[in-house]
Design a protein around this ligand. Structure first.
Ligand SMILES: Cc1cc2nc3c(=O)[nH]c(=O)nc-3n(C[C@H](O)[C@H](O)[C@H](O)COP(=O)(O)O)c2cc1C
Length: 204
């Protein structure tokens, strides 16, 4: 039973959240935890070439393989992570979703659980809108959306940090100067564990 964590990250925050999600999946016995990134666009790679910090983050991710369509189709459960772009998922992640038509027609995603996570620059920069707008493609594919219940430690708060019922989240800061709060990582890990546990129950 394979649980795939797939993410996109330019400045490292969604990467850190993905690693926490992946650790959560690894806590569940009897599942194979797989961490993959989505491919970068050539045009963005050119921008990153001229940005020292983004270049370092790209180097950090070079040993994480790019998710292939075969791997996507073979997995039993998913956790998808994207930073927000104007309140929506990054085009790099959408590109992966949009390349699934051949698998969609075969119904390979139907009945498979999927959770979500995101990162925004600002507190009200669109965590919920990003998570909610990542859901329709997954519902079209027949996936079963898994959220984060409020009984999860760290969820009920009024601080400037992440944690939504629609998925895990973090705040990166306007220049990416923040690092994910310990609670954000804990909730991300819990989401990975939850998706893996539910997938085992549904498909084991
Ligand atoms: C084109 C573009 C649009 C963005 N739109 C938003 C936005 O709507 N709200 C927000 O809070 N941050 C926005 N950001 C900031 C990113 O969400 C932020 O850099 C990201 O969460 C950091 O995640 P990463 O470190 O994984 O790349 C935007 C960034 C870019 C490049």
């Amino acid at each position: 039973m394979k649980i795939l964590t797939v993410y996109y990250s330019m400045y490292g925050h969604t990467l850190e959240m993905a690693q926490a999600v992946h650790r959560g999946v690894q806590k569940v016995g009897g599942v194979e935890a797989v961490l993959r990134r989505v491919a970068e666009f050539d045009v963005v790679n050119k921008v990153i070439d001229g940005n020292e910090f983004a270049g370092q983050v790209r180097d950090k991710q070079k040993d994480i393989p790019v998710c292939s369509l075969d791997e996507l189709g073979e997995a039993d459960g998913y956790i998808f992570g994207s930073p927000t772009r104007y309140g929506n998922m990054a085009a790099q992640m959408k590109q992966l979703f949009d390349s699934t038509a051949g698998l969609w027609t075969k119904g390979v995603f139907e009945g498979k659980p999927a959770g979500l996570f995101t990162s925004t620059a600002s507190t009200h920069g669109g965590q919920e809108t990003t998570l909610l707008t990542m859901m329709p493609p997954l519902l079209h594919l027949g996936m079963i959306i898994v959220g984060v219940p409020y009984s999860t430690s760290g969820m009920l708060h009024t601080e400037a940090r992440g944690g939504t019922p629609y998925g895990a989240s973090t705040i990166a800061g306007s220049s990416g100067e923040l690092t994910p709060h310990a609670s954000d990582l804990q909730i991300a890990s819990f989401l990975g564990e939850r998706v893996a546990t539910i997938t085992k129950r549904l498909r084991g």
